[in-house]
Ligand binder design. Sequence first.
Ligand code: FIX
Ligand code: ZN
Length: 452
Amino acid sequence: MTNFQSSGNCILIVQPAKLFASVRGNMDPAKAESAKSQLAEQVQKIVASTPVSDIHTHLYDPAFGQLLLWGIDELLIYHYLVAEAFRYFDIPYEKFWSLSKEQQADLIWDALFLRNSPISEACRGVLTTLHALGLDANKRDLPAIRKWFANWKVDDYITRCMELGGVKTISMTNSPFDDLERAVWEKGFARDPRFTTALRIDPLLLAWGDTAPLLNRWGYEVGVSLNEKTISQVRRFLADWTRKINARYLMISLGPDFDFPADTFAARLLDKAVLPHCRETGLPMALMFGVRRQVNPQLKLAGDGVGASRMLALEHLCARFPENKFLVTVLARENQHELCVLARKFRNLHIFGCWWFTNVPSIMEEMTRMRLELVGLSLTPQHSDARVLDQLIYKWQHSRRLIARVLVDQYEALARTGWHPTEAEITRDVQNLFGGAFDRFCQMGARENREV
Ligand code: FIX
Ligand code: ZN
């Protein structure tokens, strides 16, 4: 199997040795050290070669044409880099947005790679990607890199990026409220089986005043007030789109002020329409907590921020709706511990990903350690959130390295107790972290969810 982080070196698979017996006095320290490094190599090898299901991205099946972003200019104008570059720019925001993508990319390359060393996670990601693709970014020759990309055909390139990232399936974020995307679904197309679907419903819950007229236009007879008729029409809308796109789950991102129960359109629509729909279909609801949209609107997509959320709202949801399943990630670092504790209380809660501002090595390491220590293996430690196809490469190479490091420490700690995980057990664990636990959660039937 491919070693996705491979530098071309072959690593021997070894059976886990009986580690750290020296602690008990029957192995010399040199042997114990070598057993330890054998275990580390074994874990790294397994993590590097286990394909992952990427459960949340903003990538698209190639049938969506221009919506699937890829290539060097898209990599450089990723909104993570835009936010960083504006700290060095002194041009007006509007001037930047009036430029072509290539001109924007030139400015970002100049500010973040040439005039300063590209040490942020998002910048390093571009370099990891180029390096894995076999390009020498060290020459600092952006036109040559552009030329290389121009030779690719998108279908071949999808395959290449998935290979290098070790990704077996890509979950899209599918919004019926996006005019370009909706038109493709309505026309119909042959699905690429590598891309799975998730029904994104932010405007339905967060901007009901604007969304109700839209639903009316699309043939759903809703009024602004949430009476019985309106609720049943919203459910019809959800059922139609769930069926049309064959959604694996529904999803929404929520601001720090989200509360439940509450007398808000979001809470009431969730309670009366969305969660009943999820119960009926058996689909999980993904809740992404803590984004503060448009803190600086002049930065457009790069203008969102973070705030600590009320985890009590999530507790209420998990407790009140044991037959619903919640996939949850939270953006604020200060919410992470509470989320882990909640996952211990409610088995209808599945933690996923180190989302966005938490997807940097220092925070991801802290979160991944805490999650494994507090929850174990019944979670999905990472998703890529890739918006540009090529990002699959760096997001997964970086995450794999970090997850392997954390796992090595955990298995070494077990070995010190005399418990030696076999190769098959390590493989099983990693498969669970890379999609197995998620699949199991999605398949789980309704049952009583409180910890006993
Ligand atoms: O809400 C989301 O799904 C977020 O991931 C995006 O809105 C955000 O722009 C992003 O790309 C973060 O990684
Ligand atoms: Zn996202």
